[in-house]
Write a protein that binds this ligand. Structure first.
Ligand code: UDX
Ligand code: ADP
Length: 461
């Protein structure tokens, strides 16, 4: 039995270790975190994150070969032969690279903690997304120890998407493992290949050098985000010209060279990864003097900010240039469906901008209200949090769909319309509703990348 440790029980560490434990009953997997409440939740029936299928996997392995603990961390580190590090790596808010570079303080602290508590050699795996060459820095910190212990540092970035994490972990498109091209580095890579080969077909396990692996993670996210920004840019043009962005996306996506995925125009992309990783990539390019390359990727983020701002501007303009005192129901707080995560959620950006307009905002989401309340901080006192969409919409002048929860598409919109203030507006930031049917009910309908269906012409500003 190999002792495997994971440091960091978040959205990445928790689900990843649960799936490894499920498929590798021969190994003991321990997950630790500095946050004891998070660990307590992992040990309860109310897991700290909402993720479809996660509970079932945890139930199979927890207590068998999967353990969550916040105590005896030093001893767990010492006993481990393999350590996955999946602590948070937020964007730096101070000093050099503020607002762009990754804040590596948690990572470096973790590396020093590993060093302090180790009496045996270990494989250390970088699971958090980190800038290129971080593993090299960690390798140096770990291997300059006075007692001659050897640590192999590998990069094994996680490509799971929230909301489909268990499916993605069970059937990954690929597993990427990067290591040093030394006998010891390659032996470590082989150990981790063998671990994943317990359930992942061998041809889907890619091995590269350390830096290629680190860079591939940033580039994968940058390419995905770029597709969304590209279709969102076209959505603005569609709204002006009468083309329908869904028809355009379908038409171009049938070209096998382009493909259909990540072409869904929306209010904007959110989540903990896209913005952070692109900022990281931009910073790396700038540091290398590649100004044009940096500007190219930065535009993906600027287009996303434009899309979010444009969505709110459309609301203000459509509703006679004033939202002050108007009740507006926001359907969705999570950054995407099937998750409770609100990090960088466009819903919260829209919410803040509507508060600036002095709107009376009601936020409705099946799983993400608690996180939304925390993220909104002091502003949360000006927001009504409501689980029931019918209550949220009661007396509202407008509804904005900001997260594509299937439940929102299945509501009785006639009932909602009847209980709203009139004229009633609906802004579909995810294109999940039947716009023609809503228009026929009496709604003024605005959808991303589509010509508005309206009873009244907006007053020009
Ligand atoms: C992303 C990557 O997909 C994943 O591989 C990586 O490991 C982490 O970052 P995640 O952020 O969890 O995953 O979700 P994803 O499905 O990529 O969606 C990101 C954002 O883009 C969401 O806000 C989503 O609503 C939005 N999106 C996605 C669109 O607006 N349109 C699309 O076509 C696809
Ligand atoms: P991700 O989405 O990358 O998984 P999260 O923020 O969800 O990020 O999870 C990171 C986790 O790492 C948090 O639960 C945090 O408490 C934990 N963490 C951060 N630093 C340490 C550390 N030094 N030791 C243990 N856990 C840590």
């Amino acid at each position: 039995m190999t002792n495997i440790l994971c440091i960091g029980a978040g959205y990445v560490g928790g689900p990843t270790m649960a799936v490894i434990a499920k498929h590798c009953p021969q190994h003991k997997i321990t997950v630790i975190d500095i946050n004891p409440e998070r660990i307590a939740a992992w040990n309860s029936d109310q897991l700290p994150i909402y993720e479809p299928g996660l509970k079932e996997v945890v139930d199979i392995a927890r207590g068998r070969n999967l353990f969550f603990t916040a105590t005896d961390i030093d001893e767990h580190i010492n006993q481990a032969e393999i350590i996955f590090v999946s602590v948070n790596t937020p964007t730096k808010t101070f000093g050099q690279g503020a607002g762009r570079a990754a804040d590596l303080q948690f990572w470096e602290k973790t590396a020093r903690q590993i060093l302090r508590n180790s009496t045996t050699p270990k494989i250390i795996i970088e699971k958090s997304t980190l800038p290129v060459r971080t593993a090299e820095a960690m390798s140096q910190i770990l291997n300059t120890n006075p007692n001659g212990l050897h640590f192999d540092v590998l990069s094994n970035p996680e490509f799971l998407a929230e909301g489909s994490a268990i499916h993605d972990l069970e059937n990954p498109d690929r597993v990427l493992i990067g290591g040093h091209n030394t006998p010891s580095g390659q032996a470590a890579v082989q150990t981790i290949v063998d671990l994943y080969a317990n359930w992942v077909p061998r041809e889907r396990i890619i091995t590269t050098n350390l830096w290629s692996s680190e860079l591939s993670k940033l580039v994968a996210n940058a390419f995905l985000a770029q597709r969304i920004s590209s279709i969102n840019a076209i959505s603005a043009l569609c709204e002006k010209t009468g083309a329908d962005v869904e028809e355009v996306a379908y038409a171009i996506g049938t070209d096998t060279r382009i493909g259909p995925r990540f072409l869904k125009a929306s209010v904007g992309f959110g989540g903990s990864c896209f913005k952070k990783d692109i900022l990281n990539l931009v910073y790396l390019c700038e540091m290398q003097g590649l100004t044009e390359v940096a500007a190219y990727w930065e535009q993906v983020l600027k287009m996303n900010e434009y899309q979010e701002a444009r969505f709110v501007a459309n609301m203000v303009h459509a509703m006679f240039n004033t939202l002050a005192g108007k009740r507006i129901a926001l359907f969705g707080a999570a950054f995407k469906a099937n998750t409770s995560d609100t990090r960088e959620s466009p819903a919260l950006i829209v919410c803040r901008e509507l508060l600036d307009e002095h709107a009376d905002v009601v936020l409705c989401d099946p799983y993400a209200l608690e996180n939304a309340r925390t993220d909104l901080g002091a502003q949360s006192s000006r927001v009504t949090f409501e689980l029931d969409p019918y209550q949220a919409a009661k007396g509202a002048h407008a509804i904005a769909i900001l997260t594509e929860w299937a439940d929102f598409a299945a509501l009785d919109y006639q009932r909602i319309f009847d209980a709203m203030a009139h004229p009633a507006f609906i802004f579909d930031g995810r294109n999940i509703l039947n716009h023609q049917a809503l228009f026929e009910m009496g709604f003024n309908v605005y959808a991303v990348g589509k010509e508005p269906r309206v009873k009244f012409n907006a007053i020009s500003s």
